[in-house]
Ligand binder design. Sequence first.
Ligand code: PLP
Length: 362
Amino acid sequence: TCQGRVYLRIKWKIYVLEEVQKELLSFGESGMSLMEMSHRSKEYSKINNDAQKAVRELLHVPDNYKILFIQGGGTGAFAAVAMNLINRTGSADYAVTGTWSGKAAKEAAKYGKVNLVFPKADKPGSIPAESTWTLNPDAAYLYYCDNETVDGVEFPYIPNANGIPIVSDMSSSIMTKRVDITKFGCIIAGAQKNIGPAGVTVVIIREDLLGNPMKICPSVFDFTHINKENSVHNTPATFSVYVMEKVLQWIKKNGGVEAMEAQSSQKKTLLYDAILHSNNFYSCPIDEDVRSRINVPFRVGGPQGNEDLETKFLQEAEKLKMFQLKGHRSVGGMRASLYNAVTSDDVNLLVKFMNEFRKQYG
Ligand code: PLP
């Protein structure tokens, strides 16, 4: 995707983007690009339905869950979640483990009362034990971010919310591991990390949670309305959904989410082992039990990082066509993002480079 950050040999690029390129000027026999076609055409209608079907198949989504495509990105979905779900009781619980859940909590506070189930940590990098969380029995839902993309913190479990619907942001982890959908009330995921171009956000929602949006909820964020209109209530991001559908077919052809999970676990081991066995030349500031399989932040030149060495690391990496390894500006250091488009071979090349760099500068 546009955000598959270690660009080495992106296998799905060959499968997906070459197909897109072939169809760009003429979709099927039409002589028209998909971009020229109405979102009410039979061609787009098939793509829309096929994409929903692929999400359902890949994640084993039960029939009592609806799959919607909205716009507005992950950030739009932060507001949409609150406007669709908070009305039932007026308040919601938020587990803030990093940047994105923090932003989601802030957004939700515009629409109802937000209770943080544990105090905000000064330094993200851990998840407090569930036994210490303060859950509000009247919360309309419990929200958490499955994988904090910026901070590199991933939930190794699904929290227990005592029957309260659980909402999870899976923007950076969707389709990288199996998920028991029945444990969730709602899942949101911007497509741009693992499943397609920016522009479409996937919403999976249990149908009994529909029907209670706030009056102020714009129709483009109203899950009940969008569901009724099968995600074509207004012009969707048709091109993004089209490419996403192809990525989902690519995942299916390559062994499904199960295979993505196996690959993800292999990639995680390769990279964290290289960090662990570097004699502290590389270090990861995240608690071991919650280290992300997807976004791996690390420092170069000791636990506090050596900025000169880090600049050098980035320059040398770029010479080898490994781009965008710089950590998010809010946390510094490095961050390797191991989305589905990145293969184990790619990570092996990164590790090889890291080892050589350490030999030279360590
Ligand atoms: N949630 C997570 C986990 C993210 O990683 C991101 C973006 O990187 C967002 C939400 C925000 O997504 P968007 O930029 O589409 O609003």
